[in-house]
Design a protein around this ligand. Structure first.
Ligand SMILES: NC(=O)c1ccc[n+]([C@@H]2O[C@H](COP(=O)([O-])OP(=O)(O)OC[C@H]3O[C@@H](n4cnc5c(N)ncnc54)[C@H](O)[C@@H]3O)[C@@H](O)[C@H]2O)c1
Length: 301
């Protein structure tokens, strides 16, 4: 079977839309679905097989386990343990305590894995770092700032009444309350947009809540951000994605330029205010990481 082998861990809202997206664009030759509940995994595989046939996708879909992930070129981690998120601020950090032990166990199971790992599980800047530290994998990327950046460019384009292709700009920092829009380097048709962006930044902050209020969970946007990153991490296309990677002693989102699958950071010049905002995000994430449960903590059944 031609094409890369991609594993998706987690068959919930994000995992389902992502898997359907991958089959529909036939990105992987083989798609391995791994989740906690066997009946959910089997059901999703059957549904995707139906889709693959109808859509004439060449992607072969199968259920697997953690051992099967080792044969994948890339693995996407979109698991979420059962917990009630009662956070009203820093909502994405609400799952840190619940998700860290399960993510840590998966990382232990994938120690020494040489493919790319795309972590979607929130809080993504903490979970990507935890996954990388436990697994020792060299190619771990947290998804989130690229979704923020896509939303930012889309809202700016709508505001300016132009196609999103004509907007350049990044959102970096935390995928969460301490996201940093790089206003000073943002352009529409090559011209700066400073001073016209307040409504856009507010719209960016409100967008996840708007989606959750209508359909419960965000799912399509993150799935798109994963597909776009997979193409680059697998070396199928070159380009830039804002991803959570090491930044000093923490992990947070910065632009990464992929050339032939090889990543290189490419942060734009920052104003003093943007630099301070990024440092403040780093400081908050550094603190939050110290509160993650220890690796020895028991995994909830
Ligand atoms: N980074 C982003 O941009 C972004 C965007 C949206 C959602 N998310 C995050 O992605 C994660 C998944 O979200 P969702 O809405 O799909 O959740 P969900 O609850 O709908 O699905 C989670 C899935 O994970 C599975 N799971 C739980 N424990 C597992 C384990 N040990 N091994 C394998 N599978 C396991 C569950 O059975 C379920 O299928 C959440 O942490 C969410 O906050 C991140």
């Amino acid at each position: 079977m031609n094409g890369p082998v991609v594993g998706v861990v987690g068959a919930g809202a994000v995992g389902q839309v992502l898997a359907a997206g991958l089959v529909s664009v036939a990105l992987p030759g083989r798609l391995v679905v791994v989740s906690r509940r066997t009946e959910q995994t089997r059901a999703l595989v059957a549904d995707l097989e139906d889709m693959a046939l109808s859509a004439r996708s060449r992607t072969r879909v199968e259920a697997g386990d953690v051992a099967d992930l080792r044969r994948c070129d890339a693995v996407v981690v979109a698991l979420r343990t059962d917990f009630t998120n009662s956070a009203v601020q820093d909502i994405r950090r609400g799952g840190a305590t619940a998700n860290a032990p399960v993510l840590g166990a998966l990382a232990r199971g994938l120690r020494g894995y040489e493919g790319s790992v795309l972590v979607v599980t929130n809080p993504v800047d903490l979970m990507a770092r935890r996954f990388a530290e436990v697994s020792g994998c060299a190619r771990v990327y947290g998804i989130g700032s690229n979704l923020d950046s896509a939303r930012y460019r889309l809202l700016l384009a709508q505001y300016a009444g132009v196609s999103p292709d004509r907007v350049r700009g990044h959102v970096i920092g935390e995928h969460g309350d301490r996201a940093v829009p790089c206003l000073s380097s943002t352009t529409v048709d090559g011209l700066p947009v400073e001073g016209r962006t307040r409504a856009v930044v507010e719209g960016l902050q409100e967008r996840p809540a708007l989606i959750r209020a209508g359909i419960g969970r965000t799912r399509c946007g993150p799935a798109g951000a994963v597909v776009s990153t997979l193409r680059k991490a697998l070396g199928l296309v070159d380009g830039v994605e804002e991803l959570s990677v090491p930044y000093g002693d923490v992990w947070l989102g910065i632009p990464i330029a992929f050339t032939g699958g090889v990543p290189a950071p490419c942060c734009p010049p920052l104003t003093r205010y943007e630099r301070l905002s990024l440092d403040s995000a780093a400081s908050s994430l550094r603190d939050a990481y110290t509160y993650l449960p220890a690796l020895t903590e028991r995994i909830p059944a």
